[in-house]
Design a protein around this ligand. Structure first.
Ligand SMILES: O=C(O)CCC(=O)C(=O)O
Length: 210
């Protein structure tokens, strides 16, 4: 299947079908190994006391859900040290960013697992270094498994929100003037993953430069 590049708005590119099935399958295996590994996925509790609706593993730097800061160990959970982002993942995310017109080498990845009830509230990604955000260095997102209904709003919470169906193998990039746009996942559509992946649920990887 050919990659379709959809320019959603300034700084925002949706690369549909970016990853072929063999690449997706290899990534799913790696994601599973991180999620089920020794310092594996856990359900973060955010500072208001609510439990997130995903299982999360951070690579490169840990995002602390209580302080909203990045750190070298998982201080809000088990204090385990954070594994590095695999080099081939950095290369892949840089390549995707380049396709969307950005020059960046990400140094952290947040890996989320959504089961059939998974979701993520509308938020901005704004905990990276101020310099990275001001430079508009993009967030590169990759979807694997079940389709997600992805919400994409504006830079202010009250702006209109678009709803997009991100499918397995899609990449979505937002940077430049779009770097602080609100986004979230309102639902997962069970049973929509490509059968070749043998997966019920969804992995999402977001790459960022700290
Ligand atoms: O799962 C997604 O598509 C979005 C994930 C996200 O918003 C995040 O990790 O900040």
């Amino acid at each position: 299947m050919a990659v379709t590049s959809v320019a959603i708005a300034a700084g925002t590119t949706w690369l549909k079908d970016y990853l072929r099935i063999p690449e997706q399958r290899a990534l799913v295996e790696q994601c599973r190994a991180f999620m089920d590994g020794p310092a594996g996925g856990y359900v973060p509790t955010v500072r208001g006391g609510g439990r997130m609706r995903v299982r999360m593993v951070c690579l490169g730097r840990h995002w602390n859900a209580l302080t909203y800061k990045y750190e070298p160990t998982r201080a809000d959970h088990d204090d385990a040290p954070v594994a590095p982002v695999p080099e081939e993942w950095v290369a892949m995310a840089s390549r995707i960013a380049h396709e969307a017109g950005f020059d960046v080498e990400p140094d952290l990845c947040i890996l989320n697992w959504y089961d059939a009830d998974g979701r993520m509230g509308l938020h901005q990604d704004k905990d990276e270094r101020r310099e990275s955000i001001e430079a508009g260095l993009p967030v590169v997102s990759i979807s694997l498994g079940d389709t997600a209904r992805f919400l994409f709003g504006g830079s202010r919470r009250r702006e209109p929100i678009e709803s997009l169906l991100l499918e397995s193998g899609d990449a979505f990039v937002f940077g430049g003037p779009a770097r602080l746009r609100y986004h979230g996942v309102s639902r997962i559509i069970p049973g929509t993953a490509p059968p070749e992946l043998g997966i019920e649920g969804r992995f999402n990887l977001t790459f960022r430069k700290y």
